[in-house]
Design a protein around this ligand. Structure first.
Ligand code: AMP
Length: 219
């Protein structure tokens, strides 16, 4: 992928988007913009915005479109994304967000949208077992913990279960995904931007598949 490429990663919660986007951003040296990570940082800072965001997140609900669109627009105006491109993770999640993104990026349009496809039973298992670093967001699992207790291998942060990885919140998030986000797959297909990549299997194999897909799309 040449510098300046602009990519969106779609996929169910628990499809491994976060891990794969982090790897791709290192491989291609482009900023990884995760709306979930940005919101979790605001929650940790304890700002008024963060406290409000936490209510939505813990319930598994989406933040209102106008709020999250404002957050993303501000981020996409920064020099690094304008010069180097980006990998957007967790946005857009509704048709209205996709329309706003198209308007925000009218002068520098998206190059590619990837749907990281993983079956529902697999994501349910992954979400229940998922553990994350509170500081850098690195992903672990009950069966694949950090090397030393629940301390992150990368930054030494505490590794915990996400507050929104409860059974009720997981179910709500997957319902919202089917109703609001899944229709974006067709939306981007109609605009000739979509490629589907099989996200099931060994994480290293999935990364290799993604890199091949992006490299092919860029040619
Ligand atoms: P994620 O880490 O991407 O699963 O996001 C965690 C939570 O942050 C979601 O369940 C929502 O509450 C909120 N969130 C993240 N991205 C968005 C978005 N594009 N629109 C609305 N809410 C979002």
């Amino acid at each position: 992928m040449i510098p300046g490429a602009r990519l969106v990663m779609l996929g169910r919660q628990g499809a491994g988007k976060g891990t794969q986007c982090t790897r791709l951003s290192r491989h291609f040296v482009v900023p990884h913009i995760s709306t979930g990570d940005m919101l979790r940082a605001a929650v940790k800072e304890g700002t008024a915005f963060g406290r409000k965001a936490k209510e939505y997140m813990d319930a598994g609900e989406l933040l209102p479109d106008d709020i999250i669109i404002g957050v993303v627009e501000e981020r996409l105006l920064k020099d690094d994304t304008r010069n180097r491109g980006y990998i957007l993770d967790g946005f857009p999640r509704t048709e209205s967000q996709a329309e706003s993104l198209a308007a925000i990026t009218a002068d520098l349009p998206l190059d590619l949208v990837i749907d990281l496809a993983v079956p529902t039973d697999v994501v349910l298992e992954r979400l229940a077992a998922r553990r994350v670093c509170v500081d850098c967001g690195a992903n672990y699992a009950v069966h694949a913990p950090p090397k030393h207790g629940w301390t992150c291998d990368h930054c030494g942060g505490e590794v915990i279960q996400r507050a929104d990885d409860t059974e009720d919140a997981i179910k709500r998030r997957l319902d919202i995904y089917e109703a609001e986000t899944a229709p974006l797959i067709e939306w981007y297909e109609e605009r000739d931007l979509l490629m589907v990549v099989d996200g099931d299997g060994d994480p290293d194999e999935v990364t290799a598949r993604l890199i091949r897909t992006i490299d092919t799309a860029r040619r």
